[in-house]
Design a protein around this ligand. Sequence first.
Ligand SMILES: Nc1ncnc2c1ncn2[C@@H]1O[C@H](COP(=O)(O)OP(=O)(O)OP(=O)(O)O)[C@@H](O)[C@H]1O
Ligand SMILES: [Mg+2]
Length: 503
Amino acid sequence: MTNIFKIYDNGIVANNNAFIEIFAGEIHALAGENGAGKSTLMKILYGLEKPTSGQIYLNGHEVKITSPLVANSFGIGMVHQHFMLVNELTVAENIFLGQEITKNFMIDRKKTKEAVVKLAEKFGMSIDPEEKVGNLSIVQKQKVEILKVLARNAKIIIFDEPTAVLTPQETQEFFTQLELLKKQEYTIIIITHKLKEIKQICDRITIMKNGRFIGMFDVNALSEAEISRLMVGRDIVQEVNKPSRKRGDIVLTVNHLSKITSSGKMLLNDVSFTCRQGEIVCLCGVEGNGQRELVDIITGFDQDYSGQVMIKNQNINKKTIKQIRDMGESHIPEDRTLYGVDLASSIADNLISIALTDVSNGIFINKKRVEEVSEEGIKNYQIKCENAAQKVEMLSGGNMQKVVVARETRKTPSLLVANQPTRGVDIGAIEFIHKKIVDLSCDKTAVLLVSSDLSEVFRLADKIIVFYAGKIVAKITNVSEITEEELGLYMLGLKSMDEVQDV
Ligand SMILES: Nc1ncnc2c1ncn2[C@@H]1O[C@H](COP(=O)(O)OP(=O)(O)OP(=O)(O)O)[C@@H](O)[C@H]1O
Ligand SMILES: [Mg+2]
């Protein structure tokens, strides 16, 4: 792709003479800060966005990719940053959506199912073709997306931040999958913010900044530090300076919490722990071991449980989400587009949505104050946008996440529940968010961090609580003395503490 310019309708220049060159059969990383124009460039290659100008050459011939259908006909497929599946349809229906296998003008369910099973087998995936996609976990949804692309006979597959939503174990599984595809001579382009992954899996890397091409390199020729310098233009401090803080009063108490589904499955099994002022408690575990259910209860999304959750000695049972927020709880949700932001509203409206009392006198909204609050958020978090009136749906993925974090950490909350707070944000912003979390804890906020990024856990945690099958299997207070391997054993249920003390 050469001389690619993309100017969106609102005048934003997302690609500014961008360039990328991909060899057949390689795994190519596309990297750069949030808003650098990576997704845009790949959407152009997939025919989802029309370039303002520029050329695309495939095997030496210029091609016009005017729609995803045309891209498919050239053997190009894409798995998006935010999945594009229909929850109400089954796995098989999603995979063959738009190219249904028919018999007498009707969908041939049997053939469709067989085709999915065959395809999944060929690529070493296990998936139930008849399950509704809405019931699937994130990894399984990703598998459906990959199968959907493969079913359209793609030979060039674009992945937009595929591992952002995966746990370390799942990431390794996904990489095995990629290696398999590479062996079968597929060409892979992968957008990622994770330098370790680039080093592990990619052959070459292209770096973008402000819509421009910065350089293309053999991955072996660059160190992680060099890659981050090329992306951000300065050295990144990976370690956070975590001053010793005084642990204060207990803010969050979780007491004998259990949750059982109607079919009798124990999602949470007698969970008890506390989180104090100035303490960062990390919840660890492979996805699906109860962390999500716990967060749903603590944040008021789910009221159907036994046991108690208390914030500053007040039971949150039967309290609404708003009432819980008023008790001093902030929440960075796991799924930003579902619960984190209102895509159709402006950045300003999103930022002030929980701060109405700060920007109004109870009757009228003070426009100037709204501007101040939003300008401050945009500046502090370096949200890449035109102005605060811009709709959130026009932001890049990482910048959407920054809007959520900026809103939830603007004031010092008593309790911050941060669920995967740095998912999809670039290394510069990770550095900033980590510092913010530590600063808040210095300011007496009790922080409950749920993270599948183990380097994040080790960097921030004062205490690690490990979940397995809905139970706490370990509480670790001497975080500096435990290794990643040992933590992994707890997470996989291969090891558990005899007596999980309340610490
Ligand atoms: N539909 C759109 N309309 C207007 N502007 C857009 C639209 N989509 C993206 N942009 C803008 O284009 C720029 C590049 O966005 P893009 O999504 O390509 O970035 P990115 O490199 O993928 O970032 P991230 O790492 O955060 O995903 C950003 O400034 C973004 O706000
Ligand atoms: Mg993107």
